[in-house]
Design a protein around this ligand. Structure first.
Ligand code: CMC
Length: 432
C-alpha cells in the first residue's frame, strides 16, 4: 500500500474519512472504500462498475486511452507476432513465458486431455438440432462438474491445475461436438498429433468418409484470434466467473456462468451481431442510413463492433485482426471480400463522423473477427463459441488467482434500495 490518502468530506455530518490509496504498477490509483460504511454509514454507488476496481490482479493490463493491452506485462502485439496460443495460455496461467521444457510439458498435458467422457458426448443428443451452440456449450461445460469428483477440491493447487488443463483442452472438443450436432454430422474425435488450432479445425470440418487436410493459413489465423481473445482483465464474463467462483462453487460451474455472460451482444455475442448487421446493411450506399440510425437516441440500433467501455482509442486487437482479415481473404476467402469491403467502408465513414469522434467510438475486437471466422467456413452462430474457447484461459487464470489468494472473500455487492418502504401485509380480501 502507498502512503497516499484520499480525504472524503461528508458535508451532511461535518465528518470526514481518510481513505487508503493503492498504487498499481500501471494505471490509475485506487481508493480503498472498504471502511467507508463503517466510518460514514454510506455505500459507494457505481452501477456498471465504471470507476470501481473489483479486485487486485497481476494478469492483464489495459490502458484504454492509449490503446494498450499487456498480458503479464507483454504487449499483445508482440505476442501476436512471435508467440502462439498455447504459449500465451502458459503465460497467463503461470505468470511468465515458459522455458522450452516447460512448454513441452504444458503442451503435452493440454494435448492429452482433449477427449471428453463418452457419457458427456451423449448429452448433445438431448438438444434440438437448432439449439444455439452457446446453449449447448454452457450446458455441457456446467455438466463437467458431475465428472471429476476426485479432483475438485479448490483448495488444492494440483486440483486447480488439472481443472485448468481440462478446460483449455476440452473446450475445442465440446465446441466441435456442438457444431457437429447442429449440422447432423458425426462427432470427430480429437487428434493429439495436431497443434491446438489444427485439431480444432479437423474436429469441425473432417468427416469420417474422407481425408481432411488442415489449411495452415486457417490454423494460423485461428491461433492469432485466440491469442487476441485470451484475456481482457475484469470484463463482464471474467467478473462473472470470479463472482460465481467466490462462493466456493466448483470451477466448472463458474466457467459455465462465464460462458453464459459472454453470450450477450454487448460482450462476446457482438461478433455474431456484426455479421448480421453487415448483411443487413448489404451495400455501401446503405451505410449512411445505418450510421444515422446508430446516432439517433430514439433508435436502439448501435453499430455492432464499435465502442468499448475501456478503450477510448483504437482497440489494439482490432488493428491486428483487420490485417489478418486481409491475408485470410486473399488466400482463402474471396467470396467474403464484399462483406470485408463493406466493413472497411463502414469503419472509414464512422471514424470521420463527429458523433463517433466525440464519443471516442472505435472498432473493437469483434468488428473484424467474424469476417475471418466466416472465411474459414465457421458459421455465424459459432462465432461466440470461438471467443469462449479462447477466453477460457483468461477465465481460468482469474479464477485461479482469486482462489489462491488467502484474502479471498465471497463477492457480495451492496445496493441503493428504491423499492417500497416497510409496509404491513394485507389480507387478500382487503386488497383493492
Ligand atoms: N453505436 C452507437 N452509439 C454507441 C455505440 C455504438 N456501437 N457504443 C456506444 N455508443 C454511445 C452510447 O449511445 C452512449 O451515448 P450517450 O452518451 O449519448 O448516451 C455513449 O456512446 C457511451 O456508450 P455506453 O453504452 O454508455 O458505453 P458502455 O461503456 O456502457 O458500453 C459497449 C460499451 C461495448 C457495450 C457499447 O459501446 C456497445 O454497445 N457497443 C456495441 C456492441 C459491441 O460491439 N460489443 C463488443 C464489445 S468488445 C468485446 C467484448 O467485450 O466482448
Amino acid at each position: 500500500m502507498s502512503d497516499k490518502k484520499f480525504r472524503l468530506e461528508n458535508v451532511n455530518t461535518g465528518t470526514s474519512s481518510e481513505l487508503p490509496v493503492h498504487e498499481g504498477v500501471l494505471g490509475p490509483d485506487v481508493i480503498d472504500v472498504g471502511r467507508l460504511y463503517r466510518e460514514q454509514g454510506a455505500f459507494t454507488f457505481d452501477p456498471g462498475f465504471v470507476a470501481t476496481a473489483s479486485c487486485e490482479s497481476e494478469i492483464t493490463f489495459i490502458d484504454g486511452e492509449e490503446g494498450v493491452l499487456l498480458y503479464r506485462g507483454y504487449p499483445v502485439e508482440q505476442l501476436a507476432k512471435n508467440s502462439n496460443f498455447l504459449e500465451v495460455c502458459y503465460l497467463l496461467l503461470a505468470g511468465d513465458l515458459p522455458t522450452p521444457e516447460e512448454l513441452v510439458r504444458f503442451r503435452h498435458s493440454i494435448l492429452h486431455h482433449t477427449m471428453i467422457n463418452e457419457t458427456l458426448l451423449r448429452f448433445f443428443n438431448g438438444f434440438h438440432y437448432n439449439a444455439h451452440p452457446m446453449a449447448m456449450v454452457s450446458g455441457v461445460v456446467g455438466s463437467m462438474s458431475a465428472f471429476y469428483h476426485d479432483s475438485m477440491n479448490i483448495e488444492k493447487p494440483e486440483h486447480r491445475e488439472i481443472f485448468a488443463h481440462r478446460i483449455i483442452a476440452k473446450m475445442p472438443t465440446i465446441s466441435a461436438a456442438a457444431y457437429k450436432h447442429s449440422i447432423g454430422q458425426p462427432f470427430v474425435y480429437p487428434r493429439n498429433d495436431l497443434d491446438y488450432c489444427s485439431n480444432l479445425l479437423q474436429m469441425f470440418f473432417a468427416v469420417p468418409c474422407e481425408e481432411y487436410e488442415v489449411d495452415p493459413i486457417a490454423a494460423e489465423a485461428l491461433d492469432l484470434l485466440f491469442i487476441l481473445h485470451a484475456d481482457h482483465e475484469q470484463n463482464c464474463s471474467t467478473s462473472t466467473v470470479r463472482l460465481a467462483g467466490s462462493s466456493g462453487t466448483n470451477p466448472y460451474a463458474a466457467i459455465a456462468a462465464g460462458v453464459s455472460a459472454l453470450w450477450g451482444p454487448a460482450h462476446g455475442g457482438a461478433n455474431e451481431a456484426v455479421l448480421k448487421m453487415l448483411e443487413k446493411i448489404g451495400r455501401p450506399e446503405s451505410i449512411p442510413k445505418y450510421v444515422a440510425k446508430a446516432k439517433d437516441r430514439d433508435d436502439p440500433f448501435r453499430l455492432m463492433g464499435f465502442g468499448h467501455r475501456v478503450y477510448k482509442n483504437f482497440d489494439p486487437r482490432a488493428k491486428i485482426i483487420r490485417e489478418m482479415a486481409h491475408r485470410v481473404l486473399e488466400k482463402i476467402g474471396h467470396t467474403d471480400s464484399p462483406l470485408f469491403e463493406l466493413a472497411l467502408r463502414l469503419e472509414e465513414i464512422a471514424r470521420k463522423d463527429e458523433y463517433f469522434i466525440e464519443k471516442k467510438l472505435y472498432p473493437n475486437v469483434d468488428f473484424y473477427s467474424g469476417i475471418i471466422y466466416r472465411a474459414l467456413g465457421i458459421p455465424n452462430t459459432m462465432f461466440t463459441v470461438m471467443f469462449a474457447i479462447a477466453r477460457s484461459v483468461g477465465w481460468v487464470a482469474h479464477w485461479q488467482e482469486m482462489i489462491a489468494d488467502p484474502r479471498r472473500r465471497i463477492g457480495r455487492p451492496r445496493q441503493l434500495y428504491t423499492g417500497p418502504d416497510r409496509r404491513d401485509y394485507v389480507e387478500i380480501g382487503d386488497r383493492t
